[in-house]
Design a protein around this ligand. Structure first.
Ligand code: OMD
Ligand code: FE2
Length: 431
């Protein structure tokens, strides 16, 4: 097995970074000199329109051995992909208000699969749900990945939007145009629109979740590598939901220097500073937002990435688990490890649930009865656990695969069916 060295990272969300694999490979004081150092080509990658205000302008300058344009024309890849991107098409998605839950998505066995079962990260992407359409740059998609093979001499870039990847099982060793990133379960990685990457699986079969946003970029809520190779590469591009591929005779990762603020990044979820109520009541989970992709409506997200990490619950005279609720937002939840405090059973690591716009949900019966009667000492909640939510203001359509896969739990709704009537009109409070 390849030996994985410690990667070095630059820190600081939203910063402007620079990196040189060779001394002085970055041009001095300008971006486009007549001749770039070392005979490199200058290439700009923009992540925002040139005309957006300076604060939101995102772009990077890459100084590379060959410009990205040196590739043969794209041809469409066969239709057999698990990807869905057009959520207004009633033939490909269903809009249904039921509560939906999926058991852990199947993981490839660690035994050596035959070559027909060699699935890399891109082949292993299956869309569960989404809204909107990348052609009009609005909406999002939620995918599950399940892969057992490295991407070899193949690189991928997404024209349709940014990927926020949440590994649940197995690390992802990601080579990007900006350097290498190793991402473990309980870390997330964001690869913005257009940036080429290839994923290796140092731990073998791997599984996780992907939130793709068709518009904008992730923000904090309000408040280099070098590779020179002349081997053949296949560049796979997701373009308005379809996969295209093009050949080129050199590595797409041949960047020698770069600077800018449009870069892939990762974050260790264990570092999240969890704030909450230290007096009474269960506060709404917006306080757990890690990243947000804003919509045109202030405070209303295309998608929020919300975390439920281990924490203390100390509230007095309070029902501490999530309250019963109906939300104008859609809530897709996943579990990286451990348990979630609203569900005693059935919501498992590697599985998922979806509670759509205005669909009622909340603790299952066991959780309700326990939390209504337990002594309210300070307790650790979700020790050893990591749950998350992709929350969106959009209405999510569920794909055929999402509804027909064997992981779907047919009787999820039963978890609320034996909630008892505790109503007693004679039991006046204070008496
Ligand atoms: O439904 C869920 O489990 C997510 C959630 C958690 C919480 O603490 C409050 C509201 C909410 O939607
Ligand atoms: Fe909820």
């Amino acid at each position: 097995m390849e030996k994985y060295t410690e990667y070095k990272y630059m820190s600081g969300f939203d910063n402007h970074f620079s990196s040189e694999a060779l001394p002085d490979a970055l041009p001095k004081n300008q971006n486009t000199p007549q001749k770039c150092p070392y005979g490199l080509y200058a290439e700009q990658l923009s992540g925002s329109a040139f005309t957006v205000d300076r604060k939101h302008n995102q772009r990077s300058w890459l100084y590379r051995i060959r410009p990205s344009v040196s590739h043969k024309p794209f041809t469409k890849v066969a239709e057999t992909t698990g990807l869905v991107s057009h959520f207004s098409d009633a033939n490909s998605v269903s809009y249904i208000p039921n509560q939906i839950r999926w058991s852990p998505f199947k993981l490839f066995s660690t035994e050596k699969a035959d070559s027909s079962q060699n699935i890399n990260f891109i082949d292993g992407l299956h869309t569960l749900a989404g809204a909107g359409d990348p052609s009009v740059k609005n909406g999002l998609a939620i995918h599950i990945y399940n892969a057992n093979q490295d991407m070899v001499n193949t690189a991928f870039y997404n024209s349709d939007g940014d990927f926020l990847i949440v590994p649940q099982h197995g690390r992802l060793d990601i080579i990007t145009e900006f350097g290498r990133i190793m991402v473990s379960p309980c870390e997330i990685v964001v690869i913005p629109r257009g940036i080429k990457f290839a994923i290796k699986l140092p731990d073998g079969p791997s599984r996780g979740y992907v939130l793709e946003i068709f518009v904008g970029h992730f923000e904090l809520p309000e408040l280099g590598a070098i590779e020179k190779s002349n081997c053949d590469y296949t560049i796979v591009n997701k373009y308005v939901g379809q996969l295209f591929s093009a050949k080129q005779d050199h590595s797409p990762f041949d960047v020698v220097a770069w600077h800018g603020n449009y870069v892939p990044y990762k974050y260790d979820l264990n570092n999240f500073n969890v704030v909450g109520s230290i007096s009474y009541d269960h506060l709404d989970p917006s306080i757990f937002t890690v990243l947000t992709c804003k919509s045109a409506f202030p405070g209303t997200a295309i998608a929020d990435f919300v975390l439920f990490p281990p924490r203390w619950a100390v509230q007095e005279h309070t029902f501490r688990p999530p309250y019963y609720h109906r939300n104008c937002m859609s809530e897709f939840m996943g579990l990286i490890k451990g348990k979630y405090d609203a569900k005693a059973e059935g919501f498992l690591p590697g599985g998922a649930s979806l509670h759509s716009c205005m669909t009622p949900h909340g603790p299952d019966t066991t959780t309700f009865e326990k939390a209504s009667n337990e002594e309210l000492k300070p307790v650790r909640v979700a020790d050893g656990s990591m749950a998350f939510m992709f929350e969106s203001s959009l209405m999510l359509g569920i794909t055929k695969w999402g509804l027909s896969c064997s992981e779907i739990q047919e009787n999820y709704n039963a978890v609320w069916q034996d909630l008892k009537c505790h109503f007693d009109p004679n039991n006046r409070p204070g008496n």
